[in-house]
Design a protein around this ligand. Sequence first.
Ligand code: ATP
Ligand code: MG
Length: 431
Amino acid sequence: MSIPVLTAVSDSRWEAEFVSALARGDHDVEVVRRCVDIADLLAAAAAGIGRVVLLSGDLRRLDREALTRLAAAGVAVVGLVRDEPAERRLRQLGVGHVLADDAQPAEVIAALIAAVGTGPVVPGHALADPGAALPPPPRTAADAAGSGSERPAGRLVAVWGPTGAPGRSSVALGLAAELAELGISALLVDADGYGGVAAQLLGLLDEAPGLAAACRLANNGTLDLPGLAELAVEVRPGLCVLTGIARADRWPELRPTGLEVVLDMARRLADVTVVDCSFCLERDEELSFDTAAPRRNGATLTALAAADTVVAVASGDPVGLQRLVRGLGELADAVPGVTPMTVVNRVRPAAVGGGQPELEISAALERFAGLRDIRFVPLDLAAFDAAVALGRTLPETALSSPARLALQSIAASLIGRPTPRPRGKLFARRR
Ligand SMILES: Nc1ncnc2c1ncn2[C@@H]1O[C@H](COP(=O)(O)OP(=O)(O)OP(=O)(O)O)[C@@H](O)[C@H]1O
Ligand SMILES: [Mg+2]
C-alpha cells in the first residue's frame, strides 16, 4: 500500500506537475489531498487522511504551533524552500527533511518515504543540544549572546505559589537579583499569564516587547540567541529581565510551544533563569475537545515542567499556609515527582499567634504536608515598599534589611554556596 501524502505547496504549477509525475508511474507514495492553506492542511491531518505532508517553507502561518498539531496527528513533514534563510527557519522549527523547491520528483519521493521513517516533527528539537565541553560562563546575558561560544546549559528555577499574592514575583526578582550579586548571571522571565509585574517592579516600560515577542519569534522559528539577548533588558550587572504581559487578556501570546524554546535558549544566555509563574495550575484541555487549543495556564505548566528547581512560595499566615498545603497537591498532579523548595514569605509573629513564627510554621508544615527544610523571608514592608517605589532591587535599596538577607541566603543555597558573610565592620571602632 502506498503512503498517503498531503501537499500544501505555494507554487501550484509545481504541485500539479509533481502530482502528474506521480500519476505517470508506480510509486510508493500517493497524493491524497492538495491543501490550499494551513487550516486546510491541519483539518486533513486531524482527519487522519495523510501520513506525511509536502509543504512550502513560506506557507502562511506555518509555525511551531502548526507543526505541533501535525505531530499530534502523526503526520511527518518534508519542507520545500527557495533559499538558505528559509531552510534555516524550517530546520530551527525542527523540520529535518528540507529540499530545494525545484527538486526532482524522485528526490521528493525519497524524502517523503524517509520522513515517514523518521516520524513526525518534534518542534524545538533542533535547540535541544546546548553543547558539552565549554569555556567558563560569561558575566552577563548580553556577553553570552555576543561571545558566539557555546557554554554549559544554565539552570532553570520556576517560582510558583498558590493564590493570594504570597509574593511569588517579589521572591523571583529577589532571587535573581541576589544571584547576580553573587556573580552568577541571572535572567528573570516574567511568565505570569494573569498579568506580569516584573517591568513595574524594575521601573521599566510595561509595554516592552519582552517575553511575548520572544515567544512569537520562537513560534515562527526565527528566534536566535542574539535576538533573545536583545529582548532581555539588563537592569543591573549580571541581571537581565524578559518582561511579561501587562494585561491578563494577552495570555495567548505566551504560547507553550514558543515558551519552551525561549526557556531552552535562556539556559544558554544565563547561568540561572528564574521564571515568575502564575498561581493557577488548572489544565483546561479536559474542558475542551480540541487538545491543541491554546491553554490558559500553558505558560506556567510549561515553565514548571521545564524547571530544574521549583520554588513554592507561601504567605506566612494560617490562610496562606493552608493554601500552600492544598496547592502542593495540585503541583504534584501538574508536575509528577517534583520536590519543591518551600519559601514562606511575609513571616511575622502576630500572624501565627506570637512566639517564634519559624518554629510554629515549620511544625505546622511538617505535620500537615510532611515538609522539612523550609526557608523563611520575614515581613519587611520598609524594604519592599522602598524598592518598589524606586523600581529597584533589594540589594540596591535595602542592603542590610531582614528580607534582603533572607533572600540572599536562599539564593546562595540554590547554587550550593554558603550564605555570604554580612559586609561591614568586623570590630567596633575605638572611640
Ligand atoms: N516579605 C515581604 N514583606 C513585605 N511586603 C512584601 C513581602 N513580599 C512581598 N511583599 C509585597 O506584597 C505585595 C505582593 O507581592 P507580589 O507581587 O510579589 O506577590 P505575587 O504572589 O507575585 O502576587 P500576584 O498574584 O499578583 O502575582 C507587593 O506589594 C510586595 O511588595
Ligand atoms: Mg506576581
